[in-house]
Design a protein. Structure first.
Length: 247
């Protein structure tokens, strides 16, 4: 059973290799998609190689909608994107996967049904299929080697859908049983190093002392330290002083 999550339908048109169908299913489920439609697969359906490649994403294949023609696969759709790497002599909007999935999210949010066509491995979609699409998705790949594997193309598009439809934290730091050092922690660290370095005669000559201390403080401020880091740096300085006092 598929989920009730609003999403585009990914339509594999005349796929040739079961492994690529299974890979496409895995890519879809990786990014929360499970509405696959399969048009006239070359090696029949169901496909054992697709099932083997799908691994834990077999439920996407189990729920896949099988049709004989592209027309049948798109009957209920309001807007269709077609993926192709080559110019086809057809006047259509051409968008990146990112832009396409932005538009798809907006349309689906309004209750419309959106589909994305992916062509067979050998030569991609035929003009007859592309003519049914409202817009073309073109991946900005290396022009000297523009060929994408079917499952790769599905994965790229599914990833962009996930970026548009999910709340994603684009950067984070996993804290290992500590917190960020606050200004009080940093001030104490700075004073500790200044005091010990002053005793060691580091700030020389005296007329440059103030500038050297500012540079030292500025260095600390550029380093995003945790409280564990601060404690370790205090310990480093204490140990160096103890070692020196043994002489």
């Amino acid at each position: 059973m598929t989920t009730d999550t609003p999403q585009p339908a990914f339509v594999l048109v005349r796929p040739q290799m079961g492994e690529n169908i299974g890979g496409a299913a895995r890519a879809m489920l990786n990014f929360g998609l499970d509405k696959m439609r399969v048009v006239d697969p070359r090696d029949g359906w169901p496909n054992e190689r697709a099932v083997a490649m799908a691994s834990g994403a077999g439920r996407v294949l189990d729920a896949a909608f099988l049709t004989d023609t592209t027309e049948q696969a798109l009957e209920d759709c309001h807007y269709v994107f077609a993926t192709t790497a080559r110019a086809r002599g057809l006047t259509k909007p051409v968008v990146t996967p990112e832009k396409a999935m932005q538009q798809a999210a907006e349309m689906i949010g309004r209750g419309e049904k959106v589909a994305v066509l992916f062509g067979p491995e050998r030569a991609g979609l035929e003009n007859e299929d592309i003519a049914r699409a409202n817009a073309i998705i073109n991946v900005p790949v290396n022009p000297e080697y523009a060929s994408l594997n079917l499952a790769q193309c599905v994965l790229l598009t599914a990833y962009e859908w996930r970026r548009q439809s999910a709340t994603i934290v684009h950067e984070r730091v996993d804290m290992a049983k500590t917190d960020w050092a606050n200004q009080s922690d940093m001030d104490a660290l700075g004073r500790h190093y200044e005091d010990r370095l002053e005793e060691a005669g580091f700030f020389f000559p005296s007329e440059k002392s103030d500038g050297m201390k500012i540079n030292l403080r500025n260095m600390w401020s550029r380093m995003r330290l945790t409280r564990a880091d601060v404690q370790m740096l205090h310990g480093v300085m204490r140990q160096m002083v103890r070692w020196k006092e043994k002489d």
